[in-house]
Design a protein around this ligand. Structure first.
Ligand code: ZN
Length: 344
């Protein structure tokens, strides 16, 4: 969210001017295809058409498999079947709404009414000490990032009203449910193993990413004035990470502790029913469903084992017993006067 160079601005502006009508058309067609299956999203025309295609197919595949996946085990049933009369698609649809490419700060400044200079932004992580929700993605190959919660938090902490424009739609970022999704090279159809050897990733692998990202759109109990004060007072991401108690709002990640394979990276969760938990439950349920269906292999490895590995990776990022609390799937943008007895 920090200001970069004017050169970057020039580069981005000319790139935007070169967006072909084809991309605009592809975005409209993808929106229409998704709308047919009840998924209502807006797609930025600068998103690459192959990414639009991949996303559309991933959502459409879910219409055929979501019932079996949601019924595959009790944890998946709890999240996807028993709340909000839901299905996996409904869970995604209420939380992910605007799709754009993983892009520079300038890109975001062009689309959202964020001022170039913010009084309080150090809590998202400075250049010297990278941390926080946005920079975690930058350290590894970014699959997808739901930045709606982070943009809203920036707005609240800086006492601003922010709106963004994707395609022909302008919308206020007035809570964590803005659903501003960025897609990067990690959201892909295949994974390189060694040299030219690749395995095809099943749609369930990417759907688990969507399920994870969707959880960042939930803020079950709002924020407190204390949370905002901590964000304002934090001089860098590590300080914010240590002192911030409002993590459940947007289910922001925690820095992984010493000894963890991702030590020092904001890629762990210390909130119950956090984003990694949601993705892990979906992956495990998908592994179980794929194991039963025997619908082919991704080259040398079965789709079910890809999903088991994905579940194990996500479960390994939980710093708390994720089920040791109440599952809350609601969201509010309320800011309460002071800290109550917050569940952590
Ligand atoms: Zn996340």
């Amino acid at each position: 969210m920090r200001t970069r160079t004017l050169a970057l601005l020039a580069l981005t502006s000319s790139a935007l001017a070169l967006v072909a009508c084809n991309n605009e058309e592809a975005a409209k067609l993808t929106e229409a295809r998704l709308s047919e299956v009840g998924v209502h999203v807006k797609i930025d025309p600068t998103l690459a058409p192959p990414m639009m295609e991949l996303l559309a197919n991933d959502f459409i595949t879910l219409t055929r498999t979501q019932d079996q996946i949601a019924r595959a085990d009790s944890r998946a049933r709890e999240i996807f079947s028993t709340h909000e009369g839901g299905t996996v698609l409904k869970y995604l649809n209420t939380r992910l709404r605007y799709f754009m490419p993983a892009a520079s700060d300038e890109f975001l400044l062009q689309r959202c009414t964020l001022p170039r200079e913010l009084r309080y932004s150090d809590f998202l992580g400075g250049e010297e000490e990278p941390s926080g929700m946005l920079t975690a993605a930058a350290k590894s190959e970014m699959g997808a990032a739901n930045i709606g919660a982070a943009v809203w938090l920036l707005a609240v902490v800086n006492d601003l009203q922010v709106s963004c424009r994707i395609g022909d739609t302008e919308f206020p970022v007035d809570g964590t449910r803005a659903g501003l999704m960025m897609f990067g090279p990690g959201y892909k159809a295949a994974e390189k193993i060694i040299g030219p050897l690749k395995i095809k990733l099943p749609p369930e692998y990417r759907q688990a990413i969507l399920v994870h990202e969707a959880r960042h759109s939930d803020c079950p109990s709002g924020l407190t004035e204390d949370d905002i004060a901590v964000a304002r007072a934090s001089r860098n991401g590590s300080e914010f990470d240590r002192n911030y108690a409002g993590r459940q709002c947007g289910h922001l990640h925690k820095l992984c502790p010493a000894g963890h394979s991702l030590e020092g990276i904001a890629a762990c969760d210390d909130v119950v029913y956090g984003a990694y938990y949601m993705g892990a439950v979906f992956s495990a349920a998908a592994a179980s469903y794929l194991g039963d269906t025997d619908d082919g292999r991704s080259g040398i490895i079965s789709k079910a084992s890809i999903m088991s590995a994905s579940a194990a990776d996500s479960f390994g990022r939980l710093l708390v017993d994720a089920e040791n609390g109440k599952l809350e799937l609601g969201s509010t943008s309320e800011v309460r006067p002071a800290h109550g007895s917050r569940e952590r």
